[in-house]
Design a protein around this ligand. Structure first.
Ligand SMILES: [Zn+2]
Length: 617
């Protein structure tokens, strides 16, 4: 990297990075002093670009790419004030949660406001931490920049300069271009707002390791409060993984630089862990673990890291207009989450299989988990429809992108190989499309299926129409057996609860009954009410691990006549939570199916041929 000290930063140095007397130009010049964090709040100062209109709107995003959820980052902003260059205050008016209208904008020079972090948010719409912000004075700062820095509607393409004063010895890890780094100052630049949002920064005392490939330098940056996991521990595993991905993608990684930002937490968060992808980095939020458990956590992170890294292929370089022309404050959904998330999830595991990091038996277990997982969701809801409705009415179905979405990927890969006599796979189709499209060129949502069919065969079109855009169930057993993977359906009894609908309370971490069928006799006998939160069943605590089993599963065998006892948390009229024990005899069971995946040993010639093509050996 080249260290560039611009005239501007030299001026700033002599003023210790304060914004006084800064010349206004076309650039957003932001100033933040991390030492002044107070009560998990930071003051942000912006010397605005020159605005030529009489009024303007300052915005923070409602949504950012990759999250598929509206968070309204404006709700973390308070005390916004606008000034001209003589320090006179200009009139501002809040238009909606994310928008401030500023009068006499042609005189606007400076904005000041406070930002609260999202990690400490206690509202129901808690931000998934990999997209969120953290302000912990003298400890760690997560700058998902969209939570701190805004934009003017007409000036989305202007350059950004982010000036930070930081605690002594802190380091800002990011793939943003760093133009100044000293013991207590750090300056980053970005060509436009999209780039600012796409490149998070993590500030803390550094624990970093760099892996170099010919074309790419990959930095691993770790914050682990208990020091149980280090960047050196992670880099050994990630080097093997990245080498595998690089081989698979034709011997070259797609970005010229990449930063893995790992934030390990010892606090309770939103309830989910995970990561968010960007073009040049990914940010991980995972539980901090003691040194003894580090190998287990690092194994876990292998698949997550593969998933995030594969995102540099799709959606980042292969996407529809809804994503390419992303509207931060009026986001539109694409029909193709099966591609962006599903195919990504498929390749994250498949690359590890193909490059020998996991074996076929382990991979089979993975398919088994995905089939079972997908059965918890509405399997006859067309995936394209779910995708379009992921921000609203199908929000609770979104998680199926990692289950059924990945199985769609596997099915397509096998069928494309069969149709091409083993010559072509799904990645080859994607490679052709990557040449036509890219970061700055989007495909049309409506045209994607036809384009893929043109590159493959009508049978692939049939698959899309029936199983991705249609409501038919994918015949996994028929498709996967083409490469010798047998899917066995095993029946089990499940209590017939009628049309019960469940949700999850992120504050109490409990399953909650959202809706019940009034006409179901078992539900009536039990006396369960909508709003009840499930605590235990037959003396067993209900949690993430056991929730699939509660009304009957292969593990939890249930039959008619069994006694059923459930403890629920229920609010009384005054809103006080009380535990209620509900009892009933199981009156009616229905048959459900779980799946077992078996890797077949005896294969026909045709199966052998296709399996060899699929595994590349
Ligand atoms: Zn993803």
């Amino acid at each position: 990297m080249k260290l560039v000290i611009s005239a501007l930063t030299l001026i700033l140095l002599s003023f210790n990075i304060s914004s006084s007397q800064i010349l206004q130009n076309d650039t957003y010049q932001y100033f933040v002093d991390l030492n002044k964090a107070d009560n998990d709040q930071l003051e942000i100062e912006l010397i605005t670009p020159v605005i030529s209109t009489a009024t303007t709107e300052f915005k923070l995003p409602a949504m950012v790419p990759g999250t598929y959820k509206v968070y309204n980052f404006g709700r973390f902003i308070s005390g916004l004030k606008a000034f001209d260059n003589s320090g006179n205050e200009l009139k501002t008016e809040k238009k909606d949660v994310d928008t401030w209208e500023i009068s006499n904008a042609d005189k606007l020079y400076r904005l000041k406001y406070f930002v609260d972090d999202s990690f400490d948010d206690t509202s129901d719409n808690k931000v998934f931490e990999p997209a969120g912000t953290s302000i912990e004075k003298d400890t760690v700062f997560i700058f998902n920049n969209h939570g701190f820095f805004g934009y003017f509607k007409e000036n989305l393409k202007n350059e950004y300069v982010l000036n930070f004063t930081k605690p002594e010895g802190f380091y800002g890890s990011s793939s943003l271009v760093n133009t100044l780094r000293s013991n207590n100052l750090e300056v980053f630049t970005a060509p436009d707002y999209q780039f600012v949002v796409d490149n998070p920064i993590m500030f803390c005392l550094p624990d970093t390791t760099t892996i170099n490939f010919d074309e790419t330098s990959v930095m691993i940056s770790v914050y682990s409060p208990g020091k149980g996991i280090s960047s050196a521990d992670l880099s050994a595993k990630l080097k093997v993984l990245l080498t595998a991905i690089r081989n698979f993608l034709g011997g070259k990684l797609s970005a010229d630089r990449y930063t893995f930002l790992f934030y390990f937490t010892n606090k309770e968060g939103s309830g989910s862990f995970g990561a968010l992808e960007h073009n040049y980095s990914s940010l991980y939020f995972m539980p901090d673990v003691p040194k003894e458990s580090a190998p287990y956590m690092i194994n876990q992170l292998q698949s997550t890291s593969a998933h995030e890294f594969y995102h540099t292929v799709t959606p980042l370089n292969l996407h529809s207009e809804e994503i390419g022309n992303f509207d931060f404050n009026d986001p539109k959904m694409s029909k193709h989450l099966w591609l962006y998330e599903g195919v990504t999830e498929y390749f994250a595991d498949y690359i590890q299989l193909r490059e020998g990091l996991v074996d076929l038996k382990e991979y089979g277990k993975n398919i088994e988990r995905k089939i079972s997982g997908s059965m918890m969701f509405n399997d006859s809801l067309p995936f394209t429809e779910m995708s379009l409705g992921a921000l609203g009415k199908y929000e609770e179905q979104y998680f199926n992108v990692y289950q059924k979405g990945a199985l769609i990927g596997l099915s397509l890969d096998i069928l494309i190989r069969e149709e091409s006599n083993g010559i072509m796979g799904l990645q080859d189709v994607i490679n052709i499309m990557l040449q036509k499209y890219g970061k700055d060129k989007s495909f049309k949502d409506e045209d994607l299926f036809d384009e893929i069919v043109a590159l493959t065969s009508p049978k692939i079109g049939e698959f899309f129409q029936k199983y991705v855009a249609g409501d038919q169930r994918i015949p996994y057993s028929e498709i996967f057996s083409k490469v010798g993977i047998k899917v066995k359906s095993i029946p089990y009894n499940k209590i017939d609860m009628g049309g019960i609908q469940m949700g999850f309370n992120q504050k109490t971490y409990r399953l909650v009954i959202r809706q019940i069928a009034e006409d179901n006799s078992f539900v009536k006998d039990l006396g369960v009410k909508s709003g009840d939160e499930l605590v235990s069943i037959n003396g067993k605590e209900i949690n993430f691990m056991t929730m699939r089993d509660i009304f009957g599963s292969l593990k939890n065998k249930i039959k008619e006549g069994d006694n059923f006892e459930m403890v629920v948390a229920r609010n009384d009229e005054s809103g006080t939570e009380k535990m209620e024990t509900l009892k009933a005899v199981v009156s009616k069971v229905k048959t459900a199916f779980d799946s077992e995946v078996i890797v077949e040993k005896e294969l026909s010639e045709q199966q052998m041929k296709l399996k060899t093509a699929w595994l590349g050996k």
